[in-house]
Design a binder for this molecule. Structure first.
Ligand SMILES: [Zn+2]
Length: 97
């Protein structure tokens, strides 16, 4: 199974194995790096890079905090995982260092 991970459409999508897997315009509850809010709802605006760390799929994400309005780099976010059945989107994406 091809499970290469990449960003395409100018950062609008992350593809896993050639399929659109995660798109912008989702709202994730995160400890974002773009502001000082602890956990806030972050609107995903773009993906800069994507990578695999073992089975985890992670994306360097740009977004906007809906609590304070700040926008910028959110940081790397674990967006899903590749398992025996293919890619599964995370129920709760988490920021990782
Ligand atoms: Zn904020």
């Amino acid at each position: 199974m091809d499970t290469s991970v990449r960003v395409f459409d100018d950062g609008a999508w992350i593809s896993v194995g050639g399929d659109r897997a995660v798109g912008v315009a989702d709202v994730w509850r995160l400890d974002a790096a773009c502001c000082d809010c602890d956990r806030s709802d972050v609107l995903v605006e773009a993906f800069e890079k994507a990578r695999r760390e073992d089975s985890a799929v992670e994306a360097r994400t740009v977004g906007r905090c809906l609590d304070c309005g700040a926008s910028g780099r959110v940081g790397w976010v674990r967006v899903g995982r590749v398992g025996a059945d293919g890619f599964a989107v995370a129920e709760q994406p988490e920021r990782v260092e």
